[in-house]
Design a protein around this ligand. Structure first.
Ligand code: FAD
Ligand code: MLT
Ligand code: ZN
Length: 491
């Protein structure tokens, strides 16, 4: 478990106000009803525990408003009483951002009951949703009207729009469609004092002062609670091709990416990297998974091309690029899916990396990014640094290489003690981040800062950038009530 945990805990408890009184509980229950408030510890577990078990918080109550008005009133009451609040959606955060501290004085405000898809408008190509709508349900509602909502990530069956926007999630399609913030036109937010900020516009152009919605997107719940959003839709894809490709090296993966971008950059939807060890974990731990190629290789890419045109000839294109790359020694072997089922099976090998690594035992995650061209140096140098630190450490690097975003994850050496390994989290992260910084990268690409990396943010962004972030936090949340101790810590 990272040491950063204890730091933010101390920071939060030092200024704690014990305002969750029986009288407040009664007023909250009157607003939210019995369904809207959980105080029985036996029912709270899922809201308090980080999904990998790295942190388990405590809380006097889980508040589950069903509407914006209920949410606003609950926030107002908590703010009045000085009670700290932790916004939560699907609770799949990778950085401990969505669970309360161990102090026991922070309420969780879950948006999961606010899960309506309010309006789908294929003419405007927009969808208006409540923050608790599950990402997979949003994708389906778009498909039902022949549209696409392109945000796609491994946790899409559980993660909710409020959390996706709270973290400015990336995922598998950033290469083509951008991050979550690029898919949003309008937002409704409950501010830390309970006021409702209605910016639920669906305009493609709207230059009317500071673009406030982008402050709340990616703020990880530290500035307010997103309650609704107007999302952008795109045309539904009618031709999709997926290839699973063994490449000669990480450099070869980048050369192949470049070839696909030049060939048909507009159709390139995903370009993911995997290594032999990660796939071996998937074959070992995920029932029904199997190697798609006859022989094992050290490096792999999963490539998707898609187009709304049914006659886009993507199959011929993908074959031509791969054949030429094979002739030039970049590609060792490849398979192109023949059906939707095969496409899903190939994607599953990529998507199950997190779960497989979790089942293998203790692991340390580093969600980092560098300029795309520097990914080979990142993987080589960070691997060497980690192996020098902990001999036998098992590198499981994978991810969105097309965006320069590698999940430089590390598994405990075989036979070693998991808890002892996790105690070295900060040392390992420092070794990886040292390499990342030397390559001009970022210590958090898409998972956010949360609790895990709050100290790192303070160190990396020190100076006017951090001062401005703190000034924004103080202006919008002067009482430091909204997700305290996460992202921007106040001195
Ligand atoms: P939560 O975990 O509940 O919350 C995340 C953050 O948003 C917290 O800071 C929380 O306080 C805040 N928040 C929640 N709701 C609101 C709201 N209504 N208003 C304001 N703030 C709010 N992430 C990626 O970016 N790309 C990936 O490819 C990816 N793959 C994943 C694969 C797996 C298997 C898992 C478990 C996670 C993955 N993630 C990935 C991380 C995670 O799923 C995303 O960050 C996701 O967007 C979080 O959504 P959530 O609903 O679970 O949010
Ligand atoms: C993914 O892309 O699968 C996740 O974001 C990575 C992780 O588990 O670290
Ligand atoms: Zn990812």
């Amino acid at each position: 478990m990272p040491d950063t945990m204890s730091d933010t805990t101390i920071q939060a408890s030092a200024t704690a106000q014990h305002g969750f009184t029986p009288a407040l509980a009664e007023r909250l229950r009157a607003v939210l009803g019995d369904k809207g408030m959980i105080t029985d510890p036996a029912e709270m577990g899922g809201y308090l525990m980080e999904w990998r078990g790295l942190w388990t918080g405590r809380s006097p109550a889980i508040l589950r408003p069903a509407t914006t008005a209920e949410c606003a009133e609950a926030v107002r009451l908590c703010a009045e009483a000085g009670v700290r609040m932790v916004p939560q959606a699907g609770n799949t955060s990778m950085v401990g951002a969505s669970v309360p501290h161990e102090t026991g004085d922070e309420v969780v405000i879950s948006v999961s009951r606010m899960n309506r898809i309010i309006e789908v408008d294929p003419a405007d190509m927009t969808m208006t949703v409540e923050a608790g709508a599950v990402l997979a349900a949003v994708q389906k509602a778009a498909a039902d009207v022949e549209c696409l909502f392109p945000l796609s990530l491994g946790a899409e069956g559980t993660a909710q729009i409020g959390g996706n926007l709270g973290t400015n999630a990336g995922g598998n399609t950033t290469l083509r469609y951008g991050n979550a913030r690029d898919m949003v036109l309008g937002l409704e937010v409950v501010l830390p004092d309970g006021q409702v900020l209605d910016m639920l516009r669906r305009l493609r152009k709207d230059n009317t002062g500071y673009c406030l919605r982008h402050l709340f997107i990616g703020a990880e719940g530290t500035l307010g609670i997103i309650t609704k959003a107007v999302l952008k839709l795109y045309p539904r894809q009618r031709d999709t091709q997926v290839a699973f490709v063994a490449v000669e090296s990480v450099d070869a993966a980048l050369a192949l990416l470049n070839r696909f971008q030049r060939h048909d950059g507009a159709s390139l939807t995903a370009f993911e990297y995997m290594m032999r060890f990660g796939l071996e974990l998937v074959y070992r731990h995920i029932p029904g998974s199997a190697a798609p190629l006859a022989d094992p290789h050290e490096h792999y890419c999963l490539i998707e091309l898609s187009s709304p045109r049914p006659d886009a000839s993507l199959r011929q294109g993908i074959e031509a690029v791969l054949e030429a790359a094979m002739a030039d020694g970049l590609v060792r072997d490849a398979v192109i899916a023949e059906s939707d089922a095969q496409r899903a099976a190939l994607w599953r090998l990529r998507e199950e990396h997190s779960e497989a690594q979790k089942r293998e035992g203790a692991s340390i995650k580093n969600d980092v990014s560098v300029p795309v061209s520097r990914v080979p140096a990142l993987i080589a140098d960070a691997s060497a640094a980690c192996r020098a630190l902990i001999p036998g450490i098992r590198v499981c690097a994978f991810g969105h290489v097309g965006d320069g975003n590698i999940h430089f994850n590390l598994s405990v050496p075989e036979g070693a003690d998991g808890a002892a390994f996790l105690k070295r989290w900060d040392e390992v992260a420092a070794a990886v981040n040292g390499v990342v910084r030397s390559l001009g990268g970022s210590f958090s690409a898409e998972h956010g800062v949360g609790r895990l990396k709050a100290r790192t943010l303070a160190a990396w962004r020190e100076g006017p950038e951090l001062d401005l972030m703190r000034a924004i936090k103080r202006t919008i949340d002067p009482g430091n009530l909204m997700n305290p101790g996460k992202v921007v810590t106040l001195p």
